[in-house]
Design a binder for this molecule. Structure first.
Ligand code: CDP
Length: 221
C-alpha cells in the first residue's frame, strides 16, 4: 500500500489537533501540528520584543528555528496563537515553513504507515495532491468554550469573552490574508464538530479515510 497522506485544515480551536492525534494513533501515522511552527515564530517575536508587523524580524526568526523551539509548552498559550496569526500572514515566513512541512511529509519515519499534517493550508498549498483532505470547523461559541476549557485545564486563567474575541479576530486574519487564506481545499471532506463529541468526530473521519484508503487498518490489526 502506498503511504497514507492526510491533510487536516480548519478554523481555530475547531478540534483539528485532537482529530489528527486520534487518526495518527489509529492508523500509525506520523503527525505534524504545523500551528506549532507559526506559534514558535510568534513566541520568539514576543520574547525578543519585536513588533508583530516587523516582517524582516519574522523572516529572520523563521530562518533560525530549531526543533527545540517547537517543543516549548508555552506555545499553546492564547497570546502566542494570536502572535502566530500575525506572522503567518507574511508570505516569506510561509515559504520558509513550507520547506519543513513538505520534507516532513516526504519522509515518514520507519514503521509508520504515512503522515497526517494539520494546519490552515495543508490541503490547498502544502500537500495539494493528498488523497485525503479534511476541513474541521465548528461554531464560534463552541470553539471559544473548548479553548477556554483547554486553558483552564492547564491552569491558565482567562475569560470566555476575551477568548471569543481572540478567536474571532484570528479567524478574520486567517481568512482574509493574501498569502494562503484559510478556506477548505477543493474536494475536502467538511467536518462540522459543533454538536459532535470526539468519538463521533473520529468515527466520521475514519469512515472518510477508509473510503480513500480501504486497506488502512489491514496492516495494523
Ligand atoms: O490550535 P489553533 O487552531 O488555535 O491554532 P494553530 O493551528 O496552532 O495555529 C495558530 C495560528 O497559526 C493560526 O491562527 C494561523 O494564523 C497560523 N497557522 C497558519 O497560518 N498556517 C498553518 N498551517 C498553521 C497555523
Amino acid at each position: 500500500m502506498s503511504p497514507i497522506i492526510i491533510a487536516v485544515d480548519g478554523t481555530a480551536a475547531a478540534g483539528k489537533g485532537t482529530l489528527a492525534r486520534n487518526l495518527a494513533r489509529i492508523y500509525h501515522l506520523s503527525h505534524l501540528d504545523t500551528g506549532r511552527l507559526y506559534r514558535a515564530v510568534g513566541f520568539k517575536m514576543l520574547k525578543e520584543g519585536k513588533d508583530l508587523a516587523d516582517r524582516e524580524a519574522a523572516v529572520s526568526i523563521a530562518n533560525s528555528l530549531t526543533h527545540e523551539d517547537f517543543d516549548n509548552p508555552a506555545l499553546r498559550n492564547e497570546d502566542i496563537g494570536v502572535a502566530a496569526s500575525h506572522v503567518a500572514a507574511f508570505e516569506e515566513v510561509r515559504k520558509i515553513l513550507l520547506v519543513f512541512q513538505r520534507s516532513f511529509a516526504d519522509q515518514p519515519p520507519a514503521g509508520m504507515q504515512g503522515v497526517i499534517i494539520d494546519g490552515r493550508d495543508i490541503g490547498s498549498i502544502i500537500l495539494p495532491a493528498a488523497p485525503c483532505k479534511i476541513f474541521v470547523t465548528a461554531s464560534l461559541e463552541v470553539r471559544a468554550e473548548r479553548r477556554l476549557k483547554e486553558l483552564h485545564q492547564k491552569g491558565i486563567n482567562c475569560i470566555y469573552e476575551a477568548i471569543l474575541e481572540d478567536i474571532k479576530a484570528r479567524d478574520a486574519r486567517d481568512e482574509t490574508r493574501k498569502a494562503s487564506p484559510l478556506r477548505p481545499a477543493e474536494g475536502a471532506y467538511i467536518l462540522d464538530t459543533s454538536t459532535l463529541g470526539i468519538e463521533e468526530c473520529v468515527k466520521k473521519a475514519c469512515a472518510y479515510v477508509e473510503s480513500k484508503y480501504p486497506e488502512a487498518r489491514k496492516h495494523i490489526e
